[in-house]
Structure formats: structure tokens, C-alpha cells
Design a protein around this ligand. Structure first.
Ligand code: FAD
Ligand code: A2P
Length: 274
């Protein structure tokens, strides 16, 4: 157990919970964002893109759990998460202080719609994310099935500032040299990171870049088409609603695990009052 744990994080009682997992590393990206890795329960099987409930023991001794996308791929021996720090957030005001050696609670019941099974076969796959919505795609970008099933994969990630893009940028950069999937990826993965409130090489909201056709011009490709294109969407509710409208205008239809179609959507978080 880390020395700081007593002052910072999960109560020692978490040790007695059957669903406790040990934190193996933590990285802070900004004052609002951090990522961490934990041990993986031996029995946990999940599909890349799914989410689980994780948390800490609350003040009342009961588990305080929140939904989190698993950011690591299904083959990884550990689990990775990418998290917001909400200053007064019941969970993340505490979770942001975890240290290697601490324990968190992880309910091993993965679910979610951002999975390959929920899409019909296609040629090009679009990952569309804002903020921490990149987490499920951090998993899917490291999943061999992604490159077996599609010829081209476009990762569009938008944040207000460059610092907020850094987790995704570093991940994509690392994939080129990844001994397991680097070769599979080749030049299939096209990363298009944009900011909206800080000058950067690529700017603008994902909705605007799709609607204006800027993104298609950038890569010299045809606009989205239901015969070739599949999309997965993960952002705030407002973002998801607006992107759905854009995708539908291109003729794509929303699918689900039980009814695969051309695109699927998951909320990156539940907003205030929603
Ligand atoms: P809460 O009381 O849960 O939230 C307080 C407020 O903070 C919310 O009303 C909202 O306005 C804001 N907020 C919460 N989460 C975010 C966020 N991620 N980005 C921006 N604003 C936010 N969060 C992650 O950080 N990483 C994930 O991978 C992740 N996956 C999720 C998957 C699903 C399906 C859902 C529904 C939510 C997911 N969340 C994720 C959000 C997460 O469940 C919690 O809301 C978050 O950890 C904050 O918890 P909290 O108790 O501190 O505050
Ligand atoms: P913008 O700066 O123009 O609002 P937030 O930090 O508010 O969650 O937003 C994360 C990113 O998502 C920001 O770059 C923001 O752009 C963008 N965004 C927010 N809402 C939408 C939306 N409805 N459609 C497209 N992009 C959005």
C-alpha cells in the first residue's frame, strides 16, 4: 500500500471487497484529466469499447460507483481508464488522488454499444469523440479486430485546448511502434485532433468539419456514404445529438448490439440536470 494512500484515496476497507483491484500506475495530463491502470480480474472478459462500473468506498462505507469506459484493449493484461477530475464530483474529487498500490472497486460486468458487433461490415470506420469520450476509442484503436475489419480508420478528437488532446496524441504516436499491432495498423489509422478554443494546426468542431466537408478534403476522400462508412460516437449529450443529425444526413442509421447498422453512440458522461 502506498504511503500516501491513508491521506488520499480508497479507504482500507476496500481491501475486503471482492471486487477490489490494485492501481499500478497513474498519469496526470492536466489539472482536469488523468489516466490510470489497474490489475485485471482474471475472469474479466470484455469487448473493446465497453464500459464497467468503478469506484471507491464512500463516506457511508458503501461503494460509490460510476460508469467508465475501459480505455485498454481486450487483450491487455491490465485495465486502463482515462478520467475527468470534477472538483466537487462525489467520485472524482477522491479518485484523482489515487496512487500506485491503492485499491479501487471494479464491478466486472462490461456493457456498451461502442463495439464492432453493433456495426454492419464496412470499409471506413470513424471514431468521433470530444473530451474523455476518446476513452473507448483508446481501446478500439489498440484492438486488432479494428484493422482486420476496416481499410481506413479515422480518429477525430476535439477538445478546447491542445493540452486536453495530449493523452490521445501520445497514444496514437505510440501505436506506430507497438510490437503487437503496429504492423497491422500501417497507414490505416488517420488521426485528426482539433481544438476549438486554442490555436492549433487543425481547428474546429467535429460537426462543422464533417458538414463543411473539410475533413474529406483534408484526406482527399469521398464524403460519408452508408455503403462504405461506419461510425462510433462518444461525447457530451449535446455533441452526440448534433453528430447524430450530421450522420443521418449522410444516410447512416443508428444501430445497436441487437440490431447492427451504420453508426452507434454512447454518452461520455451524464451532464448536469440530464
Ligand atoms: P458526477 O456527479 O458523476 O458528475 C458531475 C458533473 O460533472 C456531471 O453532471 C457533468 O456535468 C460533469 N462530468 C462528469 N463526467 C464528465 C466527463 N467525463 N467529462 C466532462 N464532464 C463530466 N468519465 C470519465 O472521466 N471517463 C470515462 O471513461 C467515462 N466513461 C463513461 C461511460 C458512460 C457510459 C457514462 C454514462 C459515463 C462515463 N463517465 C466517464 C462519467 C463518469 O461516470 C462520472 O460522471 C465521472 O467520473 C464524474 O464522477 P463524479 O462522481 O466525480 O461526478
Ligand atoms: P466548443 O469549444 O466550440 O464548445 P466541453 O469541454 O464543453 O465538454 O467540449 C469539448 C469539446 O467539444 C469542445 O471543443 C467543444 O467545442 C466541443 N463541443 C461541445 N458541444 C458540441 C456540440 N454540440 N457539437 C460539436 N462539438 C461540440
Amino acid at each position: 500500500m502506498n504511503d500516501l494512500a491513508a491521506t488520499s484515496t480508497s479507504s482500507p476497507a476496500a481491501k475486503h471487497l471482492p471486487d477490489a483491484q490494485t492501481v499500478t500506475s497513474v498519469k496526470h495530463w492536466t489539472d482536469r484529466l488523468f489516466s490510470f491502470r489497474v490489475t485485471r480480474p482474471q475472469s474479466l472478459r470484455f469487448r473493446s469499447g465497453e464500459f464497467v462500473m468503478i469506484g471507491l468506498l464512500g463516506e457511508n462505507g458503501k461503494p460509490l460507483l460510476r460508469a467508465y469506459s475501459i480505455a485498454s484493449p481486450s487483450w491487455d493484461e491490465e485495465l486502463e481508464f482515462y478520467s475527468i477530475k470534477v472538483p466537487d464530483g462525489p467520485l472524482t474529487s477522491k479518485l484523482q488522488h489515487i496512487q500506485p498500490g491503492d485499491e479501487i472497486i471494479l464491478r466486472p460486468k462490461p456493457v456498451g454499444t461502442l463495439v464492432h458487433d453493433a456495426l454492419l461490415p464496412g470499409k471506413r470506420l470513424w471514431f468521433l469523440a470530444t473530451g474523455t469520450g476518446i476513452a473507448p476509442f483508446a481501446s478500439l484503436m489498440r484492438e486488432p479486430e479494428t484493422y482486420e475489419k476496416y481499410e481506413e480508420i479515422y480518429m477525430l478528437h476535439t477538445c478546447r485546448t491542445l493540452a486536453e488532446l495530449e493523452y490521445g496524441r501520445e497514444l496514437v504516436e505510440s501505436l506506430k511502434d507497438d510490437p503487437l499491432i503496429g504492423e497491422m495498423i500501417g497507414d490505416k489509422l488517420r488521426y485528426y485532433p482539433t481544438t476549438t478554443r486554442e490555436e492549433s494546426p487543425l481547428m474546429g468542431r467535429i460537426t462543422d468539419n464533417l458538414e463543411s466537408g473539410r475533413i474529406f478534403d483534408h484526406y482527399g476522400i469521398a464524403p460519408m456514404n452508408p455503403a462504405t462508412d461506419r461510425a462510433m460516437v462518444c461525447g457530451s449529450l449535446a455533441f452526440n445529438v448534433d453528430v447524430k443529425e450530421v450522420l443521418e444526413a449522410f444516410g447512416l442509421r443508428e444501430g445497436a448490439n441487437s440490431d447492427p447498422k451504420e453508426y452507434v453512440v454512447e454518452k461520455a458522461f451524464v451532464g448536469d440536470g440530464i
